[in-house]
Design a protein around this ligand. Structure first.
Ligand SMILES: [Zn+2]
Length: 151
């Protein structure tokens, strides 16, 4: 028998700036307010919980907060070249060149910063904590669009 808990909190969000390869309007630097929800399934523990909600909320916040109000750069992209010096990050993609202050950038080990891959990234971080549990992560980037990754 398996139980499922849902953390669907409007307080689990992060705002970030990114660019994608396509479509063309998404290749321009732009931002989103991302809302993150998590579902975890498992049998109950000795306290009759799937997980401790407060702990889950705290762990999830510690995963998303480092991305909050940063420019997200995918380091595994074949379309993005990154050069750095002590103060700045130069990013070359397609025919564009951006230079950002180092302090404003977060590198993510992803081929792109789509909502799908952000959901997978958050999932992998949660899986490190809750290794034996089934996890589903939803990342909503607008009122009408959401990406889901689950194991
Ligand atoms: Zn976007």
């Amino acid at each position: 028998m398996s139980f499922r808990v849902v953390l669907n909190s409007s307080s689990i969000k992060f705002s970030a700036c990114h660019f994608l390869k396509k479509p063309s309007q998404c290749s321009r630097l732009h931002g989103h307010n991302y809302y993150v929800s998590v579902e975890i399934s498992h049998t109950l523990d000795e306290n009759h919980f799937v997980v401790d909600f407060l702990e889950l909320k705290e762990k999830l916040s510690s995963i998303v907060e480092p991305m909050n109000h940063y420019i997200l750069i995918p380091t595994e992209s074949t379309d993005v070249q990154i050069q750095e010096d002590s103060e700045s990050i130069e990013v070359i993609t397609s025919n564009k060149r951006y230079v950002f202050p180092r302090s404003d950038v977060r590198f993510l080990p992803l081929p792109a910063t789509t909502s799908e891959l952000l959901a997978k990234y958050i999932h992998s971080k949660l899986k490190d904590i809750y290794q034996d549990k089934k996890i589903l992560v939803k990342v909503r980037e607008s009122r009408s669009t959401m990406a889901i990754y689950e194991d």
